[in-house]
Ligand binder design. Sequence first.
Ligand code: PLP
Length: 630
Amino acid sequence: AELYNIDGWGAPYFSVNESGNLSVRPYGAATLAHQEIDLLKIVKKVSDPKLLGGLGLQLPLIVRLPDVLKNRLQSLQSAFDLAVQSQGYGAHYQGVYPVKCNQDRFVVEDIVRFGSPFRFGLEAGSKPELLLAMSCLCKGNPQSLLICNGFKDAEYISLALLARNLALNTVIVLEQEEELDLVIDLSKKLSVRPVIGIRAKLRTKHSGHFGSTSGEKGKFGLTTTQILRVVRKLEQVDMLDCLQLLHFHIGSQIPSTALLSDGVGEAAQIYCELVRLGAHMQVIDIGGGLGIDYDGSKSSESDISVGYSLEDYASTVVEAVRLACDRRSVKHPVICSESGRAIVSHHSVLIFEAVSASTYESPAVSPFGLQYIVEGLPDEARADYENLSDAAMRGEYETCLLYADQLKQRCVDQFKDGSLGMEQLAAVDGLCDLVSKEIGAVDPVRTYHVNLSIFTSIPDFWGIGQIFPIVPIHRLDQRPSGRGILSDLTCDSDGKIDKFIGGESSLPLHELEGDGRYYLGMFLGGAYEEAIGGLHNLFGGPSVVRVSQSDGPQSFAVTRAVPGPSCEDVLRVMQHEPELMFQTLKHRAEECVDGNSIAATASLAACARSFRNMPYLVVGASSCSMTAIN
Ligand code: PLP
């Protein structure tokens, strides 16, 4: 556990159990020992073709943990409730979940259900997100907020107005000044009194990677001048009472409470000014930004860590709003946050398999003997060889390496010229490898090939270099024998992970054992990764299982299991028609070989199976009979 700093980034949800496996503590600190869920047992269960109705899911696999999701929501709410209570704050906290972080139906439905007792709502940033938020919230608490952010056209605004007609507590947040005319016109046309919010562009700027949308030059929000124009226009059309919410977003992964306090304090002043100007303000929506400690370093200096707890975050926000409002004698507003990353990151674990590892090839010994090589070498190369031998005799190892490099480069040049044969080049390679090995200059870091697409499953690593904790989910009672980087299945040199938490360029890893399987988990990736992931090389998403704590013998129950997209699914996304493709191949087989032969029939059956299987490597027998459920 120490080697991977599991207690640092994983507490209170992940720890190592007595079997040396990674286990989940679904209720965080309140989890009892018998309630812990062993991740390896989940993998074994869901990939066993004899269990789960013969489904035998193929890896990679996302394990969703709704109990963890519930615990995150409750912890966030409790942190704010505590801050409100202890500071004598005059209103409550009522959060929303920004669905862009993970739009999975079951994640959103769970959040609405778990959050219903404390009016937890949803935030949408596009029309499809609004549609899903509207339908999910119909089953939620009517007081829950439905915050409509993002670029809006007439269709988006009409939908949001319809949502108000459906008695959903909908707020249309103006991100652009131009949206106001549409809201005024459409609300008149549809006879709906809208509730309007304004997104303010703050001067406070978060300097890390995730802060590029903040500050005066940020992509979103209204400047002070624009806010004043909106207020005037609303006054002219007798709709200033509709303006009730102020929103801002400093950026994701806010590193410190100092920056948070600065931003919230600035926004609270704008809020007070809006009250002074006559708006019927009710809510201050502080956006997202509550950070996750991906590396467990608790540092406010890094993009992937944060130097505060949930409690620190909540108390900073409540204090900043309270102080500003008290100074201006303004009634305390309801505090809303749009925390996404902090709610969903922990609840999902991506599990994948290392299928092979590069091995150090024993230096090739030339079948023709060293003498033959040396004799066949041109004069300059032979001189390098002799210098190399002399340095070795004198025990000057650095010099040996220098001559070995020189010899190799010279021989490569001569091979390119056509003046050196392949046998000699191979023998020189072998000689140089031998020198490196003897001197201990062989790179000890091995490449582990993983049955995964980084572009599909960890896109933020590729896109913005974001680092996630990656750990073997078993054998944690054995010291890893070496170190490795992870290389994925795509034909792309970017498809590798060579940066890990703690600033490491390799990961401690175990030896792959015979036909034993070696499973790794990528943690804290429940936010953003699934929706951003692409189809590079046509690798689709992982299989997904939903696992709840249960008091049965295994301490968990698989309540849902869905295989990842098959080859035909991903082909369809690119407009191919798998049925027609298969017919084309079948006709060709009939033309080329005896279509009725046993071999032809078997080949076509295998081809049909490939269309139905996931694009990932078939490891073991688990994935032979993929049949989709539901
Ligand atoms: N709200 C808005 C407007 C955002 O742009 C974002 C993300 O960038 C969020 C909420 C969610 O932020 P986080 O995941 O940091 O909580």
